[in-house]
Design a protein around this ligand. Sequence first.
Ligand SMILES: C[S@@+](CC[C@H](N)C(=O)[O-])C[C@H]1O[C@@H](n2cnc3c(N)ncnc32)[C@H](O)[C@@H]1O
Length: 512
Amino acid sequence: MAMQGATLPKNRALVARHAAFTALGMIEAGAYADAALDRVMRQYGDLDGRDRRLVTELVYGCTRQLRALDGWIDRLATRSAQEQPPTLRNLLRLGLYQLIYLDRIPDSAAVDTTVELAKFCGLKGLSGFVNGLLRGYLRQKAKNPNPLTSVAGLEPVERLAQTYSYPNWIVQTWLDRLGEAETEQLCQWFDQPPTIDLRVNTLVTDQETVMAALTAAGVAVTPIDHLPNALRLAAQRGHGDDFLTETIATEPDSRSTNAPDNGRAWIATLPGYGAGWWTVQDASAQLVALLLDPQPGETVIDACAAPGGKAAHIAALMQDQGQIWAIDRAGSRLRKVQDTVRRLGLRSIRMVEADSTGGKAPLVTAARKRDRSRSKSGPISGLEEVPTQCDRLLLDVPCSGLGTLHRRADARWRQTPETVAQLVQIQRDLLDRADAWVRPGGVAVYATCTVHEPENGAIIRDFLQRHPHWAIEPPTPDSPLAPFVTAAGWLELWPHHWQMDGFFMVKLRRQP
Ligand SMILES: C[S@@+](CC[C@H](N)C(=O)[O-])C[C@H]1O[C@@H](n2cnc3c(N)ncnc32)[C@H](O)[C@@H]1O
C-alpha cells in the first residue's frame, strides 16, 4: 500500500473504509469534499477500482447525509452526535451510512468492519459502544423496514430536512415556493447521482456522428428533448458506479488526470474527446447561450466566463466568427477556458483576467501583465482592451449553486443565508454593468445555477425598476426554449420537473 508514514489495516476490507474515514476527518477540519477525496486517493495509491468506488461513495454519501446520520446518532446514543468525539462520530457515520443507504453491503459486514476500524483507530474501549449503536439501528429497522420515515410527525421543514439531510433554511425556501409534496420530490432529486450531458461541437461534427462513435464504443447515449445538440450518457456502471458523475460538472480538468476514479479521466478517453467533437455541459447550461442567441460577426462579452462552457457554446453558435471577450477574475480558472478553447480549436475567444464590475483589478505584477499582453493565446490583464460596448453580454454570475446540490456533496452545508446575501450584492453589481456595456438595442442574458428567488427574480425586478429603458424579452413561441418560459418571461428550471440542473436565465433588451 502506498500511503506514506502510516500503518494501514492488514484486512483488505478495512483499507477502503480507513481511507474514507481519513477523508471525513479532513472534511470535518474544513477541506472541500472533492479535495479531501483526491488527497486520500493519492495517499492510498494501491486501491483497486472497486475500492476506489467504495471510498468515493462513502465519502460523498456520508457528507451529503450528514444530518440524517447525526440524527440517528442522536436517537440511538445517550450523548448527541455533536457531543461525541470527532473520531468516534465519523466512525459511527460510516457504519450507519452503509446500513441505511448501501443495500449491496450485508449488514453484518457493515457492523463488523466498523467495529474493527474502531479498534484499528485506537478506540478499542469503545468498540462495544459502536457495535451496540449499529445493532440498535438494525433493531429499529427490523421494527420499521423504512426507518427513515420514523422522523414523521414533525413540522414539514424539520421532517424533510432531517429525513433527506439538508439545512432547514434551504428546505424552507423550497417549501415557500413549491409546497410540501414537491419539496419532498426536490429533496429526493438532489440526493440522486447526477447525469453527464454532452454538447456536440457543431463547428467540427454533428450529433449523429458523435452518437454513432459513442455507441460503437459501447457507451449508451440519448438525445435530450428540446436541445438540438445535446446528448445524455446513460449510467456508466463499471466506470465508477453511480458516483462517476459526482465531480464532472464541467470539462475534465487537465490538471487532475491523476485524480481518483471519479470519471474525469475516463471521460477524456471517450471517442471524439481529443478531437474536440463534444464537451461536457449540463442540458440546462446549454439553454443559456441559446437564449443569448449570438450571431456571426457580433461582439459578445462573457463577463464571468470560467471554466468556459458557455463561451465555447457562444463561439459555436457564431460559427466562430466575431469577437468573444471571456472575462473572469480568477486567473487559475481561466486556464480551464484556455484548455477548452485549444481542444475545441476556437479562434474567436479572447481571455481577460479582470473584475467585470469594474472594481479593483486582480493583483497582477506589471511584468506578468506585459507577458500576458504579448502572448497571443494567454489571457490579457485588465479591462482596457475590452470594447466599451457590445452587442450581447452574458452574465453567468457567481451564485449559491442551490440548483446543482447533486453535483457537490458538501455544497448544502457551505452556503448560509449570510453567504447568499454577499453573493446577491455581487450579482447586483455585475448586472448593473449591463447598462454600461450593452449598446442601445443590444441584449444581456443574466443566468444562475440556483433556484433561489433572491438571486434570481428579485435581482431582475430590482434592476428593471432602476433601469426603465430595459425590458425582459421572452423567447418566441416557436423557439426551442418556449417550453421552459414562465409567466414572468424568464426561464426557471426546477430539476425535478425537467431532469436537469436547476437554473435561472432571463434575456433583457436595452431600448434602441
Ligand atoms: C458560474 S461561474 C461561470 C461559469 C461559466 N460561464 C461557464 O459556463 O463555464 C462564475 C464565474 O464568475 C467569476 N467571477 C466572480 N466574480 C467576478 C467578477 N467580479 N468579475 C469577473 N468574474 C467574476 C468566478 O471566478 C467564476 O468563474
